[in-house]
Design a protein around this ligand. Sequence first.
Ligand code: C2E
Ligand code: MG
Ligand code: MG
Length: 738
Amino acid sequence: MKITVFGKRRRIILFCVLFFFCCLMPAVLSHAEGENGEVLTVGVPVDRCPVFYEDEERGEIVGIGVDLMRTAAENAGYKTVFKSIGDKTLREALDDPAFDVVMPFGSALPSAAGKETIVSDNLMQTPFTLLTNGHRGIPKLNELKVGMLSSLSSGAETVRQLYPGMEIVFYDTMDEAVKALRSDKVDALLHNSYVWSYVLQKPSYGDLEVKPSAMFSMDFRAGTQDTPEGRVIIDRLNGGIASLSDTYREAVVLDYTTRKLYRLTLYDRIYENRWGIVLVGLLLVAVILIADFRRRALRLEQEKEVLWLEDHDSLTGALSLAGFRKKVEELLRSHPDIPYLLAYVNIKNFKFVNDSLGMKAGDELLRYWVKRTQQTLSEEEAVCRIESDHVAVLRHAGGEEKLHRDDQEVIDSVREFFLDLGKENRVQICGGLYVLTPKDYQRIDVDHMLDCARIAEKEVREAKVDGYGFYNPEEWERGKRVADVVGRLPVALRSGEIQIWYQPQVDYITGKITGLEALSRWNHSTLGWIPPGEFIPELEETGLIYDLDSYVWEHVCRDLKHWKEQGIHRSASVNLSRSDIREDRDISGHFQDLIKSHGLSPDQFRIEITETAFAKDPELLIHTTEELKKLGFQVEMDDFGSGYSSLHMLKEVPVDRIKLDLHFLTETGDVKKGQIIVGYMIQMVRSLGMSMIVEGVETKEQAEFLKERGCSEMQGFYFHKPMSKEDLEQLPAEDFQN
Ligand code: C2E
Ligand code: MG
Ligand code: MG
């Protein structure tokens, strides 16, 4: 029980002791502090490093102003606590009871609430300078438009007193102020030099420049409301300020202005390293582009490879069947003038080669064979491995000699392949050849051509011979002839193998020869007489027809001149081929020069152009016809009735005479109907105001019929066959119309 009473008392004592420490101690301590130095709360703006700013590491407000004020206050017996005035202006802060004093002031200004204030003595002279945009000149101070921070509005009033003509624009942040300066909205920015020394540490402000001479100095004072307490504080502070030495002031300023206080922001770092970043960016883009390019190139390469594999045989590098089909079609389309043959070649004992010498040897043989073939091929030829040992080649049909050469150079070397390697295996090769016909160029069917060549190859193989055979030997013979004929034309023209024959044209009523048609005849040195039907189309195709025709025209002129010199006035028709007429060739001019140089008149020269030519290229042909007619030549539409657009052509083409070919209308079908058509045609041509001649007249009946229908101009075997100039000259003079 005793123990309990004692315990209670002790607890009360303990509580009293704790109460004393917790509640009364601060007051005791505060009192003690007041004795050693009262606390002076100083309100300052913190946006003006190095004068006032917040040190993030120490978590307190520091700066030139802080050091000077603290020392002055300490000298005056105060302990200082610096607090930020936040968003308040200095004048607003004067009304805030949280602050004992507020700074910095240049002079005493009424508080925002209009209270009178007093200021301390000057702590230091702060130089205010202008910041300009580079080296640009600025107007006189009194005419300047300057930018200042809104927080410096109290300073601005001092400025206004000093330079009444100066226009001041306020900006909330330094960035906004700098932007305005850069875009020439203001001539300069104004702030204290210490702040500029800090602000200009920002890398992106490197282009800005502080005008070196101080513009003016402003006092740096602490202010408070003009109250008795305020006056006490200011009095005491003035004592403290008076004991600040100039050396100390300079040391503090120097200390802060030489420190690298500016903390680089992310933006500053980016700005500082912008060129490096740009370079790295460019490098990165370049790397990406290169990588993308390589990826595309690789894909393209792969696609190409896939395509190549589709069209090629991977073992030999020759075309595959699919590739061969495409290539042959392409070649035949772009070179319809090249005579081709298609070879289907096969190794007869290939199985034996594989069995006895091994697959590898067989592969090597195939590779060698294709390589040898490729070495002899031109761009317009192609080789393909259809399968196994079956090879197809599209080759120019160059005649017997070339075929023999191919056999020797390619096939023989394949035959001897193993013998050359010292093995006693002669390879047997069978080939089938298909000579392409004009139809093959019109309706390209590669499989059909291959089939034909394969049939020929099979025959050779089954005949147990080694060599080659033709599927269509007659085509081969014909091709050889054509090649020979076309190739020989220049020689034939020079050597006189080409002759000009004339077929007379008669007026059936008078029985007199009224004209002649000049026709070529070729007396080939080895082939004998070749009919025009066998060489004219080939020459037309190869474009050589102009050589022949201009030769014919020249000789006809010579003959007409010759007869003229004998006092015989004759006229002759010449054939003008469709391919003689070209945009770049002045045909009418050519004829004019010809007759001029031979002293002939244009009426002695008739020009025959086939109806089909008009149908194929009407515009150019019609233009040429008009030109010829302007020069006085007679133009005739040859082979009328052979084409498909005869009637339409009649109204379009400005020819003088129509030459109707009797064959086309009477040779086949119902003769009676043919005659009716001919009858109406004569009538129609006459009604259209054109004259008419009928060729191919072979019988008296035909001649009589034509006469009855009103056409007396005729040409045909019934009257005369084409004859040489000499034979023509043998005809009695009275047969000719005067
Ligand atoms: P074309 O101009 O229609 O010549 C008439 C063709 O019919 C000639 O054939 C002639 O011999 C033939 N002929 C004439 N009367 C008869 C007849 O009663 N019955 C039969 N069955 N045929 C008859 P040719 O000389 O063989 O000439 C054929 C074609 O070749 C010519 O037809 C012409 O288009 C062309 N030609 C001939 N020589 C030349 C030439 O020097 N230059 C050009 N560009 N073409 C020519
Ligand atoms: Mg003719
Ligand atoms: Mg004709």
